[in-house]
Write a protein that binds this ligand. Structure first.
Ligand code: CUA
Length: 323
């Protein structure tokens, strides 16, 4: 392969890799809420300003290279040094500060803790290594890694962590917010359109940080209300095998499994994914996950149990039946 063809090939592959990150469900340049629109606009303004800045710098470099052979050299003009080197950066950074830290920050902030809340519902999100616990104050519903909210509704999300610092980020809906062990932080979620928005832990929190994803489902209000009613119900049936093997770490409301080290599995069969979006929730994946969690998420808290194939099949069937 010629050098030129090699470069073309690399560019194509690189471009495809970069573009594959776009148009998916986790794209901060594809905003679906007013705060996310504000953040995206800022991003484009900064990109445009950087391109202009790069152009100016490249122009000066090229000009100095063209004039490199001048005997005695040019004395740099003081006006250029003061104007481009000092005044322009100060003006640009000051403008950016005023725009983002004074105006944009208001549009992306949740209502103040002591103000009459402008939100109509609250969700609590608790970070764990390496998954998200989701609770709905006023309801018994507890779920994991899949947050449902009603569409076009201002939802206040209160976040904190059970272990290390994590960061809750749904790029299409709003800015990031840190989850800390000793304080509750706040972010507002609002979705313009019904849909599924991918979120991701945005603060390195350990070996499986990259496998700490979640979905936000923005549902029509009646669909959301029905979902919440279902999730609040206890499980209708139990499994002696689950209680003995898994019940110390996982909760299934309505049974004797009351562990709180891992996710609440009361309605795990209704979720689309397992292991914080690492695997699709299918019987095949559930079986593989139970058999050897460390194969899929090395460093996760869930251990492999010494189970027979028949036991794994039984647990899989039980968990998938919990709709
Ligand atoms: Cu949790 Cu990174």
């Amino acid at each position: 392969m010629s050098f030129r063809r090699g470069i073309a090939c690399l560019t194509l592959v690189g471009g495809a890799l970069v573009l594959s990150g776009c148009g998916s469900k986790q794209n901060s340049l594809h905003p679906e809420s007013p705060p996310a629109h504000g953040i995206t606009t800022l991003w484009w303004i900064m990109l445009a300003a950087s391109v202009v800045g790069l152009g100016v710098i490249a122009g000066i470099l090229i000009a100095s290279w063209i004039r490199r052979d001048r005997i005695g050299g040019d004395k740099p003009a003081m006006a250029v040094i003061l104007g481009l080197g000092i005044a322009t950066p100060i003006a640009v950074i000051a403008a950016l500060f005023v725009y983002s830290d004074i105006f944009l920050i208001r549009g992306t902030s949740p209502p103040a803790a002591n103000a009459a809340t402008g939100t109509t519902m609250t969700v609590r999100v608790i970070g764990h290594q390496f998954w998200w616990e989701v609770r709905y104050p006023g309801s018994r519903a507890i779920t994991a890694n899949e947050i449902h909210i009603p569409v076009r509704t201002h939802v206040l999300v209160l976040v904190h962590s059970r272990d290390v610092i994590h960061s809750f980020w749904v790029p299409q809906l709003n800015r990031k917010i840190d989850l800390e062990p000793d304080q509750v932080n706040r972010v507002e979620l609002y979705a313009d359109k019904v849909g599924r928005y991918r979120g991701q832990c945005a603060e390195y929190c350990g070996l499986q940080h990259a496998h700490m994803g979640f979905y936000v489902y923005a549902d029509p209000p009646q669909v959301f209300a029905r979902w919440l009613r279902t999730q609040a119900k206890p499980a209708t049936h139990t499994s002696a095998l689950f209680m003995s093997q898994c019940g110390n770490c996982h909760m299934i409301r309505g049974t004797s499994a009351t562990g709180d080290a891992g996710p609440d599995l009361t309605h795990v069969g209704s979720r689309t994914s397992i292991a914080a979006l690492t695997l699709h929730n299918t019987p095949v994946h559930m079986r593989a996950w139970i058999r050897d969690p460390q194969r899929w998420k090395p460093g996760a808290q869930m251990p492999a149990l010494d189970l027979t194939n028949a036991q794994v099949d039984k647990l899989t069937a039980y968990l998938e039946s919990l709709k």
